[in-house]
Write a protein that binds this ligand. Structure first.
Ligand SMILES: [Ca+2]
Length: 278
């Protein structure tokens, strides 16, 4: 019985000892065993989705389009060399001659007459024909005109746009005592359309002239029906009085007046849209 107990206790101790030794051995094995290499996660293989659309038909073989042959750039246009412009001067009216002519005008009244101004104060009229051989005196105002200076005299003529109905024409001339420019209206004679009425003069403007030169003198009717008057700077050289830059003088200006109206004592009217007149 006692021996059974001792043997029983011994067996228990042996078992415990075996367990302890086993545990120690297991622990040592675990400690000495390298950790397992992690198995790499397999990369999921993408699942190809079946395409329902029909695969595009094979493109037909393209016929190679012949590429356009690049055109060469146009040659630079040669800059034309300035050529000498030549004019031929032809005597328009070989059978006529004038003394100091300063202008030729057309009446614009349906007739084909031409009017030539002579600086001394004469206006001649003749038919616009190459072989015309006669020019008659239309107006002679030499006694009114001062043409002593080379740039003085009868310098401008303009026929009224309504010449047929009113017979008006306008002239620009220089006069003296005192030296001045005169813009005057004349009428065509009732008896003879090739004659101006010398006694019909009506003066529209008189402008003092300090010197004999630089008088301008061109007259013209604009499309607005107004009379335009060109005035020089008064004269001498280099505009010594500064007239062209002086708005208080009419010299050095192009004037525009309404000859179909009157205002106050003037035989013309200044158009209401004249920005220089207040
Ligand atoms: Ca002058």
């Amino acid at each position: 019985m006692k021996g059974f107990k001792i043997r029983g206790i011994s067996i228990i101790l042996i078992v415990i000892l075996v367990v302890i030794i086993g545990s120690v051995v297991a622990s040592l094995y675990i400690a000495l065993t390298p950790p397992p290499t992690p198995t790499p996660t397999p990369t999921p293989t993408p699942i190809s989705t079946p395409t329902l659309s029909p695969s595009p038909p094979p493109s037909p073989a393209l016929t190679p389009t012949p590429s356009p042959t690049p055109s060469p750039p146009p040659p630079p246009t040669p800059t034309p060399k300035p050529t000498e412009t030549r004019y031929d001067i032809e005597v328009a009216f070989p059978n006529l001659s004038f003394n100091r002519p300063v202008g030729i005008y057309h009446a614009g009244d349906g007739t084909d007459r031409l009017f030539v101004l002579e600086q001394e104060g004469m206006i001649y009229v003749f038919e616009n024909l190459e072989d015309v051989n006669t020019a008659t005196i239309f107006l002679d105002i030499r006694e009114k005109v001062n043409a002593k200076g080379n740039e003085e005299g009868l310098l401008g003529l303009a026929f009224h746009p309504n010449l047929i109905s009113n017979s008006f024409l306008y002239v620009y001339y220089t006069a003296d005592d005192p030296r001045r420019s005169v813009i005057a209206r004349y009428k065509v004679s009732w008896e003879n359309p090739n004659k101006g009425d010398k006694e019909s003069e009506q003066i529209l403007l008189e402008i003092p002239q300090p010197y004999s030169n630089h008088n301008g003198g061109q007259l013209a009717f604009g499309p607005d029906g107004h009379l335009y008057i060109a005035l020089g700077d008064g004269g001498a050289a280099g505009d010594p009085r500064g007239n062209s830059q002086d708005p208080s003088t009419l010299l050095g200006s192009i004037l525009r007046i309404d000859v179909n109206s009157r205002s106050k004592a003037m035989n013309y009217r200044i158009p209401s849209d004249n920005a220089y007149f207040t």
